[in-house]
Design a protein around this ligand. Structure first.
Ligand code: NDP
Ligand code: MG
Length: 386
């Protein structure tokens, strides 16, 4: 019998998905790919399936079904299409772990389905915890499932907490690179275009998270993600700007001691840690050289210029469906900015408008989240120029 862990990768054609496959290629004695999925990239999905021989592939865009089926007709691989199939496939009995590397709210339903089927999760899709963190983490606890974070900051905190189960966390510090516009003022930000925002100084990522990093919304989403992953109160979560991205985050305990996890910025490391936990698998990832980094620096984030971070913090404190509102508004805002429909600062105006106008629900059910997401998207679209 194979002792390899069977992995389903949702969003295998993206930045995290392709890096996860690089890790699995290197560590093939430990991991086997059971499921691969993409939104509409049929060509890469076919190529990946030819190499990794999953049991099943799913393409969310149904118009691409024939292309994928034709492309894989010689191989014994089942091909499905559509969002429903994406949510169903995570429940396959042979799947041990589901790696959620798709973008945005689309990750919520498959993650809940995976937890219902008692699968462990390697979670990159932070939006799922932002939207419905309480629901997701309580289902994981009820079904005895683990959620292993892939986001580098959360992987760092997770690693700092190994061996500390008897000790309470006083506070965590999530580090932020500050993005490409660190130190800039609102005047400058009013003129920036997507080409500038898409150039991240330290990380090469998908378009949505790169824009979120430039606006600091990413760090706001990560505060909410951390709240649910580590069971913290909002005032236990702080953000510190650290432009070199070497310290990936810090946990502070009740005696005042702090543990930090550090290393070169490379998502393959947190991906491999999540897949391989509790083992640290031997790897050839580039090693850190102290001489190349004579100083590691820290500054306070500028939440007056980068209002998204302040608004996400407010949403975290308010709770209920407010983070779901912020997330949906932000998804529409980022898509509109990427299509040159609105400017960089207008993204914050759109989010604020939705926060002020969508009905607040203190204790939302799953159906409430679905309704909130739909209503917010509708409202946000009204904000866009015709
Ligand atoms: P990408 O845009 O690079 O990739 C997204 C993947 O999900 C692609 O495979 C895409 O398919 C698929 N996808 C997108 N939308 C849908 C949808 N509606 N339904 C089904 N599949 C969909 O994103 P990233 O890899 O950068 O990010 C993935 C997640 O990981 C995000 O939540 C992000 O915040 C998080 N994350 C990413 C980091 C990074 O370094 N990239 C770091 C930390 C967290 P297709 O290729 O066909 O479009
Ligand atoms: Mg991160």
């Amino acid at each position: 019998m194979s002792s390899r862990k069977n992995i389903a990768i949702l969003g295998s054609t993206g930045s995290i998905g392709t890096q996860a496959l690089e890790v699995i290629r290197e560590q093939h004695s430990h991991f086997n790919v059971e499921v691969l999925t993409s939104n509409s990239n049929a060509a890469l999905l076919i190529k990946q399936a030819e190499e990794f021989h999953p049991q099943v592939v799913v393409i969310a865009d149904e118009s691409k079904f024939d292309e994928v089926r034709q492309g894989l007709r010689e191989l014994p691989i089942k091909v499905y299409a559509g969002q429903e199939a994406l949510a169903d496939v995570v429940q396959l009995p042979s799947v041990d772990m589901v790696l959620t590397a798709l973008v945005g709210y689309a990750g919520l339903k498959p993650t809940l389905k995976a937890l219902e089927a008692k699968k462990n999760i390697a979670l990159a899709n932070k939006e799922t915890l932002v939207v419905a963190g309480e629901l997701v983490t309580s289902l994981a606890t009820k079904n005895n499932c683990d959620i292993f974070p892939i986001d580098s900051e959360h992987s760092a905190i997770f690693q700092c907490l190994v061996g500390e189960s008897h000790n309470a966390v006083e506070k965590i510090y999530l580090t932020a690179s500050g993005g490409p516009f660190r130190g800039r003022d609102r005047n400058f930000l009013s003129t920036v275009r997507k080409e500038q925002a898409l150039k991240h100084p330290n990380w090469d990522m998908g378009a949505k998270i790169t824009i979120d990093s430039a606006s600091l919304m990413n760090k706001g989403l990560e505060m909410i993600e951390a709240r649910w992953l580590f069971g913290l109160e909002p005032d236990q979560i702080d953000v510190i700007v650290h432009p070199q991205s070497i310290i990936h985050s810090i946990a502070q305990f009740e005696d005042g001691s702090m543990k930090a996890q550090m290393g070169l910025p490379d998502m393959k490391l947190p991906i491999q840690y999540a897949l391989g936990y509790p083992k640290r698998l031997k790897s050839t990832f580039q090693r850190f050289d102290f001489v190349k980094y004579p100083s590691l620096t820290f500054e306070t984030p500028d939440t007056e210029t980068f209002r998204n971070l302040a608004m996400a913090t407010e949403a975290m404190i308010k709770g209920g469906n407010m983070p779901c509102i912020v997330n949906a508004a932000n998804e529409i805002a980022v898509a509109a900015f990427l299509k040159d429909q609105i400017g960089f600062l207008e993204m914050s105006d759109l989010i604020e408008d939705c926060m002020n106008n969508i009905s607040f629900v203190k204790h939302p059910s799953y159906e409430d989240y679905v309704t909130t997401d739909e209503e917010t998207r509708r409202k946000a679209l009204e904000f866009l120029p015709a």
